[in-house]
Design a protein around this ligand. Structure first.
Ligand code: SF4
Ligand code: SF4
Length: 230
């Protein structure tokens, strides 16, 4: 899932300082699961924001809340159709994709991010989310015993280890496991150590963010006459 955390309330208050009618929009998918931007979190933030505005002498500002099932799909934004344009600002508590989807749908309304989108990751322990994938566009987990060297090695080494690891921990971040220790252990466990004897090829970064804006186009899913757009 996409993992995010909430912006500081002071930053959110600063973003809406020129607006009088503000709608806070939560998202019922990833950011609900990571406890950053679901209905509950938006409700708490809404109450805190109203109180904070009142204390700052701006108690007349309207701050309403709603949560839609998914902000990153236009069909779900339909739920806001009659509502969104009644406000002069929307603060999205979706990921960066959700913020931009709302901005596209409400071109005359200011749209702000209420969250800092962090990464694609998993729940590792109660209250702890860990990055697992950077969406590099050319997944190579098969070469590295299922451990991603891009997100889990501090130096992004494809031919590790770097030599700095101590007792299985990373030299850059001592509290983290060395990814290459994990790769070695898992390759040994799964009987695939010989794969690590080959020099791994350089990564094609052009398939990731370094290659510019990306799209996935499935011609078989496109409706004739409606796409794909360039
Ligand atoms: S190799 Fe790329 S796609 Fe695969 S997990 Fe790592 S970042 Fe994600
Ligand atoms: S110690 Fe391990 S995880 Fe840290 S940079 Fe070196 S190889 Fe990567």
């Amino acid at each position: 899932m996409i993992v995010a955390d909430r912006k500081d309330i002071r930053e959110i208050r600063e973003m809406i300082k020129d607006h009088e009618k503000v709608l806070l929009v939560g998202c019922g998918t990833c950011v609900t699961v990571c406890l950053a931007g679901g209905e509950r979190e938006v409700g708490i933030l809404g109450s805190a924001l109203r109180m904070s505005l009142k204390l700052a002498g701006r108690g007349g500002v309207t701050v309403d809340e709603c949560t839609i099932e998914r902000q990153c799909e236009d069909a779900f934004i339909d739920a806001l159709a009659g509502q969104g344009s009644k406000y002069d600002a929307i603060v999205s508590f979706g990921c960066g994709a959700g913020v931009q989807a709302l901005a596209g749908r409400f071109p005359k309304t200011a749209v702000y991010p209420g969250l800092n989108t962090q990464f694609i990751g998993i729940l590792e322990a109660q209250g702890v989310w860990a990055e697992k994938c950077a969406g590099c566009g050319d997944c190579r987990l098969g070469e590295f015993a299922g451990i991603c060297p891009i997100t889990r090695c501090s130096k992004r080494m494809f031919n590790g280890p770097c030599g700095g690891s101590r007792e299985g921990k990373c030299e850059v971040r001592e509290e983290r496991d060395c990814a290459w220790q994990l790769i070695y252990d898992r390759a040994k466990e799964t009987g695939t150590l010989e794969k690590l004897e080959k020099i791994a090829a350089p990564h094609d970064w052009s398939k990731g963010q370094d290659g510019g804006p990306r799209k996935v186009i499935r011609e078989d899913q496109c409706i004739a006459g409606l796409g794909p757009k360039a």
